[in-house]
Design a protein around this ligand. Structure first.
Ligand code: UGY
Ligand code: MN
Length: 248
């Protein structure tokens, strides 16, 4: 239904909020029975791309020359890699190193968050290996000793990884303890609940299904509001010198 040209979506120089009413679907090369909602890409200055892949049963992702991270928001997919097939259910995830041949085929209608980024190699550090896991298997820790704000780091704390993907769960009323401003950029998918996100000099109501990109040094703060916890999946570039460039 139209809303007389109104939306919560907003595109600003250092941040982007995309709400479901403004999503536009496209097909990326190699996709079968699958649509992509591209949330962010280098077209806006980001050094990665993130999209939600919406699969029909039997649908499939195309390939990528970049490293890829997938997180099953709902549904289930089969990941075929190294001659083995692994079932990823809800909250299942995988890290796929650059140029590792693989297939992602939906076992049923599914939504999957996909991050792709050219790998920034480091001399004398081995490249990261394949990871297949589930968020449920990862233990959480409080952010800055606040037990009402729990973080799960889905990738190992190792210099070989040039990005991190975490989930963050805020109990109603919990918030970041400070306005963060940092060199890293973020791609964020609200998975559950909602609250108020400060981005730059604006405060936005946000809810499950929204996507946010925060550019480098974008002022950011979040407070959870409502009767259920707010949960998001958040990407950030990580572990690299600020002068390092991509080496695809
Ligand atoms: O890891 C982070 O920078 C995280 N605390 N940022 C955020 O939630 N906006
Ligand atoms: Mn941050």
């Amino acid at each position: 239904m139209h809303n007389l040209g109104r939306t919560r979506s907003s595109q600003q120089p250092n941040h982007l909020l995309l709400t479901a009413d403004t999503f536009v679907r496209t097909t990326l090369p190699g996709m079968k029975a699958c649509a992509a909602i591209v949330h962010i890409s280098p077209a806006l200055g980001a050094k990665f791309t993130e999209y939600t892949a919406e699969f029909e049963a039997g649908g499939e992702l195309g390939s990528t020359p970049a490293q890829r991270f997938i997180f099953v928001i709902d549904g289930g997919v089969e990941l075929e890699v190294n001659g083995k097939s692994s079932a990823l259910g809800a909250r299942g995830y995988a890290y796929l190193p650059a140029r590792l041949p693989h297939r992602v085929v939906a076992a049923k209608a599914s939504r999957v968050a996909v991050v792709e980024k050219p790998y920034q190699a480091l001399d004398s550090v081995e490249r990261p290996q394949l990871i297949i896991s589930n968020e449920d298997a990862v233990s959480s820790h409080p952010l800055e000793d606040d037990p009402r704000l729990q973080v799960k780091c889905l990738l190992p704390d190792e210099m070989s990884f040039d990005f991190a993907v975490n989930t963050m769960v805020y109990q109603p009323g919990a918030s970041l303890s400070m306005v963060e401003m940092h060199v890293m950029e973020h791609g964020l998918i609200m998975l559950e609940g909602g609250g108020i996100y400060r981005l730059g000099d604006s405060w936005y109501p946000v809810t499950a299904g929204d996507f946010i990109w925060m550019g480098p040094w974008c002022p950011q703060w979040f407070g959870a509001i409502g009767k259920v916890p707010a949960k998001y999946l958040i990407y950030k570039d990580w572990n690299r010198h600020p002068l390092a460039g991509p080496q695809p």
